[in-house]
Design a protein around this ligand. Structure first.
Ligand SMILES: [Zn+2]
Ligand SMILES: [Zn+2]
Length: 376
């Protein structure tokens, strides 16, 4: 502020610059005008598969889904930034798509805007951090995988839902892995599996083989104790006039998990294990293990998740009663042994899970806590 500089820009004539503020005699504005830091060479084209949302920006198709679509496109555009822009070597460029529209909307649009942020120190003089908006063309296409799938004679759709709850992330990961592993083992070069359509409430897979669909449905059943329903559709496909079969499989996961408390037909049960067609439970009323068919107990409801169970400890055992303490409130209770035959042979100091509901205390026999009752 105190020094007065006399230097001026040879282009716009503005004065008051120091030696360091001019490059090749130009102020930064004029320098940038004559040597743009970034210029568009070629508009990007995004090929978007209208069936499965796969994208191709330069060469290969890349699978995406509703959850990772924008991240994957951003990455491909950034990888190819030099193809689309002439970029001054002193700056780095970051491309980000405009995420304001839903992915389903993109199936209607032919164009999408993106933001190009560029920053760096130009000619060791000017710090730049600026943005420009550009646009990419969207071309609606059908990816290789979907082309193969479309040409299959029969197709199958597997829709997976969880009853009365959302499918959780662990389940989604496990299911996607199960499909991948099974496809590898299946070794059918004509098998096509489209990218799953993911949402909180359902997962939809489309596969080109009815046999594979059935195999995978059975695997889902044995892994999750899911309930499966098949419906077959015979379709006349216009071109060939041949009868073709489409199979829809609905896979319903249980509304609860092992170690949860379930309410079914007005009775409370502790879920010991779930597999295949069976759900093994401890019946709090009958004080014994009970086996349910998945098909029945899927109509029950998750009464208490395992994380809400409380801990108790056996503090003393007398002839007819057991003394027990709630480890959170330190409140003690005495319960008659004859009412809790499942607690026989328990030792003092044993910790036990349970919960209280009003006046009632429900204890989960420690011998079966977390254990797996196999089917005979
Ligand atoms: Zn100037
Ligand atoms: Zn596709």
């Amino acid at each position: 502020m105190t020094k007065k500089y006399k230097r001026f820009c040879i282009n716009c004539g503005k004065t008051g610059f120091s030696k360091e503020e001019l490059v090749e005699g130009l102020c930064f504005n004029c320098y940038q005008e004559k040597n743009p830091l970034i210029t568009l060479k070629k508009q990007p084209i995004i090929h978007l598969c209208k069936i499965c949302l796969a994208i191709k920006i330069k060469k290969d198709w890349v699978k995406t889904d509703e959850l990772n679509f924008y991240d994957k496109v951003d990455k491909l555009l950034n990888d190819e930034a030099q193809t689309y822009f002439k970029i001054d070597p002193d700056i780095t460029v970051k491309i980000k798509l405009d995420k304001s529209s839903g992915i389903q909307d993109l199936l209607q649009y032919n164009i999408i805007n993106f933001d190009v942020n560029y920053n760096g120190k130009v000619r060791n003089l000017f710090e730049v951090n600026e943005s420009q908006i550009h646009s990419a063309k969207i071309k609606h296409d059908i990816c290789e995988n979907c082309k193969g799938y479309k040409s299959r004679v029969s197709k199958s759709k597997i829709r997976i839902i969880a009853k009365k709850r959302n499918i959780n992330e662990t389940e989604i990961e496990e299911i996607i892995k199960l499909f991948k592993d099974s496809a590898n083992i299946y070794k059918d070069p004509n098998l096509y599996i489209l990218s799953p359509i993911l949402s909180k409430t359902e997962l939809i897979f489309r596969v080109s083989s009815i046999d594979f669909a059935r195999t995978i449905a059975n695997q889902l059943k044995s892994r999750f104790g899911a309930v499966i329903r098949e419906s077959v559709k015979f379709v006349d496909r216009e071109k060939s006039k041949a009868k073709k079969q489409d199979l829809n499989i609905l896979v319903r996961l249980m509304p609860f998990f092992p170690n949860d408390i379930v309410k079914y037909m007005n009775n409370l049960y502790y879920v010991i294990s779930i597999h295949g067609d069976n759900v093994n439970c401890f019946d709090f009323k009958a004080k014994e293990i009970k086996k349910f068919k998945s098909k029945q107990i899927i109509n029950g409801e998750r009464y208490l998740p395992r994380s809400k169970l409380e801990k108790f400890i056996i503090t003393a055992i007398y002839k007819d009663v057991i003394q027990i303490m709630d480890l959170k409130t330190f409140q003690t209770f005495e319960i008659e042994i004859k009412n809790q035959p499942h607690l026989h042979k328990i030792n003092e100091g044993t910790e036990i899970n349970g919960f209280r509901e009003g006046e009632s205390l429900y204890l989960i026999p420690f011998i079966i806590q977390g254990s797996d009752v196999k089917n005979e």
